[in-house]
Design a protein around this ligand. Sequence first.
Ligand SMILES: Nc1ncnc2c1ncn2[C@@H]1O[C@H](COP(=O)(O)OP(=O)(O)OP(=O)(O)O)[C@@H](O)[C@H]1O
Ligand SMILES: [Mg+2]
Length: 382
Amino acid sequence: MPLDRLVMQGLRNLAALDIRPSPGINLILGANGSGKTSLLEGIHILGLGRSFRTHRLKHAIAYEADSLTLHGRVAGDPPIPLGVRRDRQAQELEMSLAGERIARTASLAEVLPLQLINPDTFRLLEGTPKARREFLDWGVFHVKHGFFDVWKRVRQALKHRNALLRHGRMDLRSLDIWDRELTHWSERLDRLREDYFETFIPVFEETLSELLDDPGLELRYSRGWDKERPLVEILQQGRAGDRQMGFTQQGPQRADLRIRLHRRPAVEILSRGQQKLVVSALKLAQGRLLERTTGRTCLYLIDDLPAELDNQHRKRFCRWLERMNCQVFVTSVEPQALGGIWQLETPVMMFHVKQGQIEAGSAHHGAGTSAMTSDMTNSNTE
Ligand SMILES: Nc1ncnc2c1ncn2[C@@H]1O[C@H](COP(=O)(O)OP(=O)(O)OP(=O)(O)O)[C@@H](O)[C@H]1O
Ligand SMILES: [Mg+2]
């Protein structure tokens, strides 16, 4: 589902832009502070209604501007326009899809499945379970029908149960009701996650094996509560402890992916470059599985692809991107690092960012460094 047009206004240091990206590889090149990450951030906000750099979208509005407006068009027949707008004074983000106002960011995410690979992606290995749960749920959301409703039911049941736990006197009858409700939806959520995980594993292993010589990595799903006991029993017997803590200690809200090597957390053993390849393999495998199960492709935002990787591993990474046939936006400070790396048939478009101004090169195939540089003069901005 590539974007065939992107319009941005009032985003960080970027001058107003209107570009027609390639459905394949888009290289975003420029010096430090030129605005490359901001461009990726804009696409991310468009697809998810939130930034990956700040929780306060207001901070992404250019200093001099009153609002931030982003538009995109998802290629197809018919093409689907989508847009978001955030006013400096307003509390809410305005969103539109196919000409209609929408209220849920999930509607944007449905039409524009998006994966980000940036320094934060390392959190999949080194961070808390939350990052890995979100990663897993991205896949389940896009691949398994009904996930979103089940997930919302779990969240609602948890909220009610936690509120009861914190209440002065325990209302045991209500607690019984919410324990059963929480168990019912949690078991469904667990099945969806587990099913997804089973199909994900072989795709991940295949992806990783081509990026990295087999490190013998082990990936496991843990559902968030004791394997041997039914959740309802855990909830009922754990009430006193949960009450003391003020929240429900076991359940799908504690699910995790265990990523291990030689029986130890992989993050303690892998080098930084190897870590980058592992987290990238996780993200690439999700895109491949999405295509395999739904026929839809996802869009990749890859900030500073060359960083931490040697030439051989950059090549392997780029080869996967080409084979996946999806739209990719890759940034780099060094044009040479990604020059001459693409195969002849791959459509590559180059965008050069200079102090917030974007110059676009026309699409061509299998760019070598010299071909890319000479194309820079052909602007396709409108
Ligand atoms: N709200 C804002 N309004 C205007 N400019 C901003 C705003 N927020 C950040 N900037 C500036 O935008 C510029 C572009 O930042 P960005 O992170 O996109 O650069 P970059 O090209 O990714 O750089 P690097 O190669 O160092 O990662 C920075 O100079 C930053 O100071
Ligand atoms: Mg950057």
